[in-house]
Structure formats: C-alpha cells, structure tokens
Design a protein around this ligand. Sequence first.
Ligand SMILES: [Zn+2]
Length: 503
Amino acid sequence: MRIRAIGRIADRLTNRRATRIALALIAIVAGVALSARPAAAAHNGRHRLVEPAPPPRPIDYAQLTQEAATLLQNYIRIDTTNPPGNELGAARMLKEKFLADGVPATVWEPAPGRGVIAARLHGIGRHTKSIVLLSHMDVVPANPKEWQVPPFSGEIRNGEIWGRGSLDDKGPGVIELMAMLAIKRAGILLDRDVIFIATGDEEEGGRMGAGWTVAHESDIFADAGYLLNEGGAIEKRPNGKRYFAVSIAEKTPLWIRVTATGPAGHAAVPPDETAVTRLARALDRLDGWRAPLRLVDPVRDYFHELANLDGGPPQYRNLARALRTPEFVRKFTQDPHHDVLVRDTFTPTVLRAGDKTNVIPPVAEAEIDGRLLPGENPVTAMADVRKAMDDSSLKTEVLLNFPSVSSPRDSRMMTAIQELAAREHAAVVPTMIAGFTDSHYFRERHIDCYGFIPILLTPGEMKGVHGVNERISVKELGAGIRRMVELLELAGGRARSNEERHR
Ligand SMILES: [Zn+2]
C-alpha cells in the first residue's frame, strides 16, 4: 500500500471545478450538522460545530521503556551489517510493530534483501508541513573478538542494552517509533502528520536506502517540512553544563580516484620511474599540503556558544579574529577535531597496484577521501588537489560528491528544540558535523533537516559508535522517548500544559 500525502489531495483541490465540488460537499455536511445540532449552531464562533477531542490519556513511560528495550533487543539481533545490509527483515519487524497499533506502514525492497519502511501518524492537518523522523537500519561490521558481549546479542547488562546499532542507529529508530506509538495510544492529537522512515545502506552512502527513497518514492514525504535524523544529541561540558547539540550542516564528501601509469616489466631491471613510484610521490606531496583555513557560520556560532557555556576561552567568542593569530591557529588546529571544522581535508585511504613482488605493475591507483566545508566549490577543490600532487600525467576522477546544503538556524523545529531544552535548563548549540548522514538527500529536496536525537550521550558512549562495546542505557532509551513525545507535541503544534504533562 502506498502512503498518500495530504499535499497531493490539496493540490488536486486547487482545480476550480474540484473546489466547487468540495464547497458543495462542505455545504451538505454543514447542513446535516446544522440540522442535527441546532444548539451548537446558535453560537457565533466559527468553530462551534467541532466536537473537541477528548483530553489525552497519561503515558506510562515505565511500561513504554520496557517495551522499547525488548524491541531494540530484537532489532539488534537481526544482523544488518552493511555490506551486504540485508535490512528487509528489520523493515518487516518495524512495520508489524506499527500495524499492531493501527498505524499504516509500508515496506519496500529497493534491491533483493534490502529494505525501506515508512509509517505515517495522522494529525488533524492544520499545519500542512509534516515532520519526518529518519533513521537507518544497517550497521557497520563488528568483530565479536573485540567485544565484551557478542555484538548481535542485544544483551542487557548493568542496565544497558549492548549491541551493534544500539546507538547508531537502531536505538534512535526505536525512540522515534515508540514516541509515535505513545502519541497514538495516549490519543494526543497533533496539528500535523509525523512520518517515520527507516532506510538501509546509510553506512555505504545510502544509494540503496535514502537515495533510492528520494528518487523512487518521494510521495512518502511530499508534504514534509522538517526532518529529524542522527547527527546530534544531548551532551555535557566538562563543567557539567548540558546542551542540546543540533547539527544544521555537514561537510560534503569529494571522493577522488587517482591513477598513475608507467612501464610494466621485471622488477629485477627497474626503470627510473614506475606507476607505483609516481603515485607514491604524488601522495607524499598531497600529504605535505594543507587546504587553507576557512570559517563557516555554523562553526563560528558553535564555538561562540561553547564559550558561553564554559565561560571561555575568550578567543572562542570571536573565532574569526582569533584565527588571524598564528599562535592561536597552531594551538587550535593541533586538535584534529577542531582542525577539520576549519578546512577541507584530503586523506588517501585505498591503494591498489601490483600483486606480485617481482612484477612492476603498469597501473597504480589511490582513492582519496576528501571532505569539503559547506559552500566549497568541488571544481576548485579538485584543481587544488591536482596542483598539490604536481604531476600532470596522473588521471583524477570524482567517485562521490553532492552539493552541501545547510538548514536554517531559525525555524519552527529549532524553536521546538529550544523549548524542550529550556524545560531541562539546557542551551541549544547548532553544530556542523565533519561526517555526513542521509540528511543531504532530504536537504536537496528543500526539507529543513536537523541532526538531533534527544538522548544524553557521554564521550565514552560515543566511542562505541563504529567502535566496540556499543550500548545504550535503558533509562536513557526511555528518557529519549519521553523527550521525543514532548518535542513532537511542541513542533506538532499542540503542546500540553505543564500540569497535563506531569499528570
Ligand atoms: Zn548512523
């Protein structure tokens, strides 16, 4: 079954004839209502014919957390290591979970064994822009020998759910799903629709996941205005102050293949230069070159906010000025996490040449993982790389690149996140991430995307992402669901009063 976008129906109604039919229908319905409810019609107010929705029922978060923990355990146990991904089983399991609660959900199979699932929770549609909750079902490989707990066991130990994907990105997917079910069960009526989309293939670039969805099934999110995805969480500064890190921008990949050629032959009688030596020298020259510093607005704002939280260092308050001082630049860029925020990077990762020690191969290849700051021109960046390698005989080609789009700092969704943060006396810090997520596919479709999952993440837990012993505490899983429900209420247009929330 295809999920139909409300926007489509509205589009059809813009046609004049359809409008007349619709008006006639409304008149008939109103007439029926008038004759049935004369007392209501006596009021002057425009909305007197509408029966108010019953007040929402309280949400039992303890029970919901248990249910979420069990769901996440089962989800982790479905091995979706990418490659090959094999997300179809996971997609079906999530679909069944939605259907059991009467939320329409659909699964697609973009390629044999691969999966995408979408579900829609209907609001009353007063706000036409719906909210997408995006996650990915595939995970990166895990070597059981390096883990304290088998990575696909989903075991609960010391109050934590262990397993590959518990944080990236199955745990967040469960939080999004359970928040939607909680809203449905409590009878909370939002003013807009909420769309759940879980894709595959994110860890390999998303072409068989989010890329496929955007290219082939864009009807799913045709009415979407906002999207929440991985990329940010609640973090703590060393002084204990908490902040909600929301990623509004990402660096964009410029993956390059460099090919060198040269004479083939027996390695006992080597020529002056071969494909391998030519490539090695070019990579060495590239390694000795650094892209110039460039400060983009989200990075400037990020450090400014950090200085506010920490009370320093004073240079962070005006990073543009500080970066004009060579002494500060040296110190600042010593931390690789800072360095990548203020310049493009180009890192050789794959090398391919001969496979026999005594044979000189005629071709040597390298792949370079380039990462560009938002707004960077990939053509100029390519020219810089070629200039740095300084060998006109090398062939270069682009393997992966897409336009870098940022999302606005100010929007209805950002305001909602700020209101949620304020309830916990925390600040919101917009960030740029050095990696990239599936958000770019949706940003290119003019949807405001925010990297934010409402769970507290410690630096130790973050090490588990793409690392070993990945795990999430059951308590934080529950807290994440509660915050997601509140965020959807805030962004969905129907925030309950404080009194109602604590009932
Ligand atoms: Zn991820």
